[in-house]
Design a protein around this ligand. Structure first.
Ligand code: ATP
Length: 345
């Protein structure tokens, strides 16, 4: 298969499993985001793909070739790390040309490729500028161009945008995704930012404690989270406890929701319902009644916090759908069954 395959990859540090039996197939040209909380093993997995760390067991296959024993410099990779590691005393052009020079490319070839890469990152004419005079976003682009100079088979980035401020980071996410789509290069990015992953990825791989919890398209992860950990990590959600009543039906906050089914083989579960799917109604008109405890008006969205049966439920609306409610008011809350996902806890 053309692309990357991780086969039962495990990394132990002593008896600790930093990466635990990871199996993943990444078709050629896919943009993958490895996403998860601090310490879940994202960087260790990326370092194994890069050849900077040796798997304890398992293999890494690139375009049908087992590259597990192949050293980093022979894997044909482009890499960008948070630190960028640009040479501060060199010009933009010399930074980008560095890998080409090491490979023995002629001066003309270096110049032609640097110009091509500078156009690609929207910095034409920047070749002679000192790197030290660039803005954060420009440096980021230069690091990306240098990593792509040798037209690698695989592009690996570890938290590449985390040093940038929020606005610039969002703009660079779009830029990086557009660049990747133009080049069609298989790309793997480590991030702990779920918004970043949703913006860029074809395939989001959510990790927890060294294992893959779910690997799927961003919207599938958002709409059909595999378990409560994933539901809570991707976007905001209301995780509501469920119970089974005398007739075997699922109840949520004491209300029977016969449309919901308990998936087979699960003993402990909750219902995940996204705040934008929770509707505020008049008392008695929803699934359950409650009392508004707080309204947060963020301009673009309005969040209403409602306490019902000892649980706080958050509803999000746009200004147009704004519920006309205030703290202390009794309301109904509608939990549409089609938007409720039963997840393993
Ligand atoms: P972060 O988002 O904080 O960078 P991460 O998901 O990238 O976290 P890793 O850096 O892969 O996590 O680390 C996973 C686990 O392995 C952590 O508990 C870390 O302390 C441990 N670990 C990583 N490298 C080593 C090492 N060389 N020796 C021992 N333990 C290590």
């Amino acid at each position: 298969m053309s692309g990357l395959a991780l086969k039962n990859v495990t990394k132990q540090f002593g008896s600790f499993h930093a990466v635990d039996d990871v199996d993943l197939t990444v078709p050629h040209g896919t943009f993958v985001c490895l996403l998860g909380p601090s310490g879940c093993g994202k960087t260790t997995l990326l370092r194994m793909i890069a050849g900077l760390e040796e798997p304890t067991t398992g293999s890494i296959v690139l375009d049908d070739q087992d590259i597990t024993p192949v050293p980093t410099h022979k894997r044909n990779l482009g890499m960008v790390f948070q630190s960028l590691a640009l040479f501060p005393h060199l010009s933009v052009g010399d930074n980008i040309a560095y890998p080409l020079r090491i490979r023995g490319a002629s001066r003309e070839e270096q110049k032609r490729r640097v110009e091509e890469l500078l156009r690609m990152i929207h910095l034409p004419g920047f070749a002679d500028r000192p790197v030290s005079k660039l803005s954060g976003g420009q440096r980021q682009r230069v690091a990306i161009a240098r990593a792509l100079a040798l037209s690698p088979k695989l592009f690996l980035l570890d938290e590449p945008l985390s040093a940038l401020d929020a606005k610039l980071r969002e703009a660079m996410q779009v830029e990086l995704r557009q660049l990747q789509q133009r080049l069609g290069i298989t790309t793997i990015v480590v991030t702990h930012d779920q918004r970043e992953a949703m913006t860029m990825a074809d395939l989001v791989v959510v990790m927890g404690e060294g294992r893959i919890r779910q690997a799927a398209a961003p919207i599938e992860i958002y709409r059909k989270p595999a378990d409560a950990f994933v539901a809570d990590f991707i976007g905001s959600t209301n995780l509501l406890e469920i119970a089974i009543d005398g007739s075997g039906r699922i109840t949520v906050l004491g209300q029977a929701m016969p449309e919901l089914k308990m998936p087979a083989g699960i003993s402990k579960a909750a219902v995940s319902v996204r705040p934008e799917d929770v509707q505020i109604t008049a008392p008695g008109m929803g699934t359950i009644d409650g009392t508004v405890t707080f309204v947060r008006d963020l301009g673009g969205t309005i969040e209403t916090f409602v306490e019902a049966s000892g649980t706080t439920i958050v509803s999000v609306a746009t200004p147009r759908e704004r519920p006309d409610v205030a703290a202390g008011q009794k309301v109904g809350i509608k939990l549409p069954a089609e938007n409720c996902v039963v997840v393993k806890q």
